[in-house]
Write a protein that binds this ligand. Structure first.
Ligand code: FAD
Length: 366
C-alpha cells in the first residue's frame, strides 16, 4: 500500500542564500535558428534561440546541425560559443570524427547556460503566429535525440543527471479554471506560444493527484506528485569539457563583433551557437530577452525532492537548493526584460514562500 513520504524540511532562510544568478532566456519568435547561410567563403550553420529549453534540446539540436555540417565534408569545423548548445555541438562533431575548434568569449561556467534552472521539461520555443513551418516535428526530433543522449549520463558517479520527486502544491483545486492572461509589464498583450501538444507524453512524468492521506505537506490542501530529471551543472559540464579535450578539441578565447569576421577563420564550416547574444552579434531582432533569476541556498544533500508552490519552484541539487519564482506575474515582468542584475528582494520573497511552507512541518528546519 502507498505510504505518505517522510520529507526532510528545506532550511529556507534568507541568510542561507549564498548565490543569486540572473540571465536571459534566448527566445526566438520563429523558433530556434537552424538555418544555413554563407559569409564570404565560410558556411555558417546556426544553432541558437532555444528559449527555456536549451538544456533539454542540446543533443538533438547539436546532432541536427552537425549532420548539416558533415554534408559539406569538412575535416575541421569551428563552433562559436561554449554554452550548453556550443559545447554539446562541439562534442557531437568530435564524436563524428571532425577536428573542432571552439571560438568563444566565455567558457561554460561563465555562460548564461550555467544560470538556468536545469530541469527536464522541453517547452515552448516560438510564438504561435510566427513559428517556422514544421516546427513541431523538428522540436520532437530534437527532444527525442536529446533524451537518448542523456541516458548514458544517468547513474554516473557525481550524478551529472539525476532524478527527484517533485510536488506541485496548491491552495485551490488543480481543475479550477485558469486565471485570465495578464498583459506584459511593457504593455504587450500576453504572448501566445506555439503549442507542442502532447507529442512527448511517453517520456514525460504525468503528475498524480495525491489524496490527503498521501500528501506529505501539512496545511496544504492540494498536492500532485511526479518525478523530474535534472542536471547538476558542475558535474555534467565537467564531463562534457573533459570529453571535448580528450577527443582533441581546442578552444580559442575570442569575441566577435561582426559576422564578416567569420570569413577570416581557417575553418570554412562554422556552427554558430551564441545564445541570446545573436540579438546583437548576428543582429537577429526576432530574438527576445526573457529574464530569469535563480537563488541558491546552501546545499542540503539529505533533501531529495523539489516542489512548486505559490509561484515558487525549488530543486535540491548537488551545489545547492535552487529556488526560482515562476508563474504569470513573474513572466509578465520578465518578457522583453534584458536586465541581468540580480535582485536580492526578489530572491528573499521567493525564499520566504518556502520558509513559510516549511514552518508547517512539526519538525522545524534549523
Ligand atoms: C532562469 C532560467 C531557467 C532555465 N531553465 C531551463 C531548464 O530548466 N531547462 C532547459 O532546458 N533550459 C532552461 N533554460 C534555458 C537554457 O538555459 C538556454 O536555452 C541555454 O542556456 C542556451 O544555451 P546557449 O549555449 O545557446 O547560450 P549561452 O549559454 O548564452 O552561450 C552562448 C555562448 O556563446 C558565446 N558568445 C556569444 N556571443 C559571442 C560572440 N560575439 N563572440 C564570441 N562568443 C560569443 C558566449 O560566450 C557563450 O559561450 C533556462 C534559462 C533561464 C534564464
Amino acid at each position: 500500500m502507498a505510504q505518505r513520504a517522510q520529507l526532510i524540511p528545506i532550511r529556507a532562510h534568507a541568510d542561507r542564500i549564498y548565490d543569486i544568478k540572473c540571465c536571459i532566456r534566448p527566445f526566438r519568435t520563429k523558433g530556434p535558428n537552424l538555418g544555413v547561410e554563407q559569409v564570404g567563403d565560410a558556411t555558417v550553420i546556426h544553432n541558437y534561440g532555444h528559449h527555456g529549453s536549451g538544456w533539454c534540446l542540446s543533443w538533438g539540436s547539436a546532432d541536427m546541425q552537425v549532420q548539416k555540417a558533415m554534408s559539406f565534408a569538412p575535416r575541421k569545423i569551428a563552433v562559436v560559443g561554449s554554452g550548453v548548445i556550443g559545447l554539446t555541438t562541439a562534442v557531437c562533431a568530435l564524436r563524428a570524427g571532425m577536428e573542432v575548434t571552439i571560438y568563444t568569449r566565455e567558457l561554460l561556467p561563465r555562460t548564461r547556460s550555467y544560470r538556468a534552472n536545469g530541469v527536464w521539461g522541453p517547452g515552448t520555443v516560438a510564438l504561435a503566429s510566427e513559428a517556422q513551418a514544421g516546427l513541431g516535428d523538428i522540436w520532437e526530433q530534437m527532444v527525442r535525440t536529446s533524451w537518448k543522449n542523456f541516458r548514458p549520463y544517468m547513474g554516473m558517479a557525481g550524478s551529472p543527471i539525476a532524478w527527484s520527486e517533485h510536488y506541485e502544491l496548491s491552495d485551490t483545486p488543480f481543475d479550477a479554471p485558469p486565471p485570465a492572461p495578464i498583459p506584459m509589464a511593457n504593455g504587450d498583450p500576453a504572448p501566445v506560444f506555439y503549442d507542442m501538444g502532447n507529442r512527448i507524453s511517453d517520456i514525460t512524468s504525468i503528475p498524480e493527484v495525491l489524496t490527503p492521506e498521501l500528501n506529505p505537506f501539512p496545511g496544504v490542501k492540494y498536492a500532485r506528485h511526479s518525478t523530474k530529471m535534472f542536471w547538476n551543472f558542475s558535474e555534467y559540464g565537467h564531463l562534457l569539457t573533459t570529453e571535448f579535450f580528450a577527443r582533441g578539441g581546442k578552444i580559442v578565447m575570442r569575441d566577435f563583433h561582426a559576422p564578416s569576421e567569420l570569413a577570416h577563420l581557417p575553418e570554412k564550416v562554422i556552427i554558430n551557437c551564441p545564445g541570446y547574444a545573436a540579438h546583437d552579434w548576428w543582429r537577429d531582432k526576432s530574438m527576445i530577452p526573457i529574464r530569469g533569476q535563480t537563488e541558491w541556498l546552501i546545499p542540503q544533500p539529505e533533501v531529495n525532492y523539489g516542489l512548486t508552490y505559490r509561484n515558487v519552484e525549488t530543486r535540491s541539487k548537488s551545489d545547492g537548493v535552487m529556488v526560482i519564482q515562476i508563474g504569470p506575474e513573474m513572466f509578465a515582468k520578465s518578457w522583453k526584460n534584458s536586465t541581468e542584475i540580480p535582485n536580492r528582494a526578489e530572491a528573499e520573497t521567493a525564499v520566504k514562500v518556502v520558509e513559510e511552507l516549511m514552518s508547517r512541518f512539526p519538525t522545524r528546519p534549523a
